[in-house]
Write a protein that binds this ligand. Structure first.
Ligand code: AVJ
Ligand code: FE
Length: 438
């Protein structure tokens, strides 16, 4: 890469680091006091002050120590912020940095990072720095924690800190959309070998052949999900997988998380605001078992992650793959609901300009979408740069989610991006759409 390319890269990194840090502070020290930052709002989540110091510690590990060769600043705290040393439920009992100490520490790390960025060389013979990979990884990592912090906010009780209404409506059109779109049989390219933002589990690109299938044009709405509830969906074992029925019976759940029934109406709690449940929004806060049961009730199934990626990224006419459903241009507000511009998904059928080549809407943003697939490595997977990002989660315990949510940043979201969670988890901003064989 030439000098100008390197300067452009450094400017991009500095701007993205600043943007993500503003976001992190906007979820923590800007809006909550010491007690709220150190409290555990749910046993499923870390205290927010843990996430805040953890993103700085990760940045120190990767950008200062690994990339720039700078000595550890506070090696004694590494263990506290190692996600594998302490489960979330245990984190409030650790001798964590206070909010003020955490803010100082991550600020100091950041100043050193910006200083070392001035002289860093992006040498292709240092894989960590090739195409600036490690910087992109650290930026995405902080955004991922910001989304996790938003899930903590949703679980928290207390006065709302986020607005109840949005600034602008999502673009729509007046067309009546078909319920499903057809994806013709044939090869497509799954994953990527060239995307400079791609994490190890998105690699490498490989050709996959699929039979024809139908996939829902839009995510399943609250109104559609309510019909499943009204039809006794939670009472009929036949719609559930054996493990799903077990979850249904032991959990006693009868509706998505944060739904509140009032007479024959449904309300919901969203970041402390109790409001009418909007019919036309994608359902969110359902676990994989609920999504799977709904799909069976609807006479369909969840898409595999391969089907999802083909429907989102493949242009069957030009036989090319795209980074986003609409093509390769970066996301903007006419195409997807990403980046926490709203604190909610947009109505189903929004964003005509964000449709994929086969006509699927809202494949990126709004809600993460559960797929039927267990999280494993693509054929040819190579750990990079550490096993604990993805590989240790491979197996049959985690289900793959795709597409990002309204809370996902555009830098941490693309058609190849893979997320995963346990099939019982409901605090994440996840919904789903259905598919069926053609
Ligand atoms: C990819 C969202 C499952 O939050 O556990 C954060 C991302 N990895 N820190 C997670 C991650 C390390 C990860 N997910
Ligand atoms: Fe992390």
């Amino acid at each position: 890469a030439g000098e100008a390319d390197i300067d452009t890269f450094k400017a991009l990194v500095a701007a993205e680091l600043e943007r993500v840090r503003d976001r992190s502070l906007g979820l923590t020290t800007d809006v909550l006091d010491h007690a709220e930052l150190t409290a555990q709002h749910s046993r499923l989540m870390s205290p927010l002050v843990w996430d805040l110091a953890h993103v700085g510690n990760y940045e120190e590990l990767w950008l200062l120590r690994a990339a720039a060769g700078i000595d550890p600043m506070r090696p004694e705290i590494d263990d506290l912020y190692d996600a594998f040393e302490h489960p979330r439920s245990e984190r409030p009992t650790l001798p964590l940095l206070s909010p003020a100490e955490a803010q100082d520490y991550i600020g100091l790390v950041r100043r050193k990072v910006l200083h070392s960025l001035e002289t860093i060389r992006l040498s292709p013979d240092r894989p960590l720095l090739d195409a600036g990979f490690v910087y992109r990884m650290v930026i995405q990592h902080e955004h991922q924690h910001d989304e996790t912090m938003l899930a903590t906010h949703q679980l928290r009780r207390g006065a709302p800190v986020f607005p109840a209404t949005d600034q602008d409506p999502a673009p729509r059109d007046d067309r009546v959309l078909p319920a499903e779109v057809l994806v013709e049989a044939g090869d497509f390219v799954m994953g990527t070998s060239t995307d400079t933002w791609a994490l190890d589990n998105e690699r490498p690109a490989h050709t996959v052949s699929l039979p024809a299938f139908w996939i829902d044009t839009m995510p399943v709405s609250n109104a559609a999900y309510r019909a499943f509830i009204a039809d006794g969906g939670y009472d009929q074992e036949r719609w559930w997988s054996p493990a799903g029925w077990e979850w249904r019976c032991t959990s006693g759940k009868r509706a998505p998380a944060f739904w509140v029934s009032e007479g024959d109406q449904w309300l919901r709690r969203r970041f402390g605001h109790v409001e009418q449940l909007p019919d036309d929004e994608p359902v969110q806060h359902v676990c994989w078992y609920e999504a799977d049961a709904y799909a069976r009730w609807a006479g369909k199934r969840l898409p595999t992650e391969t089907e999802w990626e083909k429907a989102a990224s493949w242009d069957p006419v030009s036989r090319t793959k795209h980074r986003f459903p609409w093509g390769d241009e970066p996301p903007d507000p006419t195409r997807a609901n990403l980046g926490q511009r709203r604190y909610r998904p947009a109505p189903v059928g929004s964003f005509p300009e964000g449709a994929s080549p086969v006509g699927a809407r809202q494949m990126l943003g709004d809600v993460w979408e559960w797929t039927s697939t267990d999280f494993t490595g693509h054929p040819g997977f190579c750990v990079f740069p550490y096993r604990e990002y993805s590989e240790v989660f491979f197996g049959n315990e985690y289900k793959v989610l795709r597409g990002g949510s309204w809370a996902s940043d555009p830098t941490a979201c693309r058609t190849t991006f893979r997320n995963w969670d346990y099939p019982i988890r409901r605090q994440i901003f996840a919904g789903f759409r259905c598919a069926r064989d053609a």
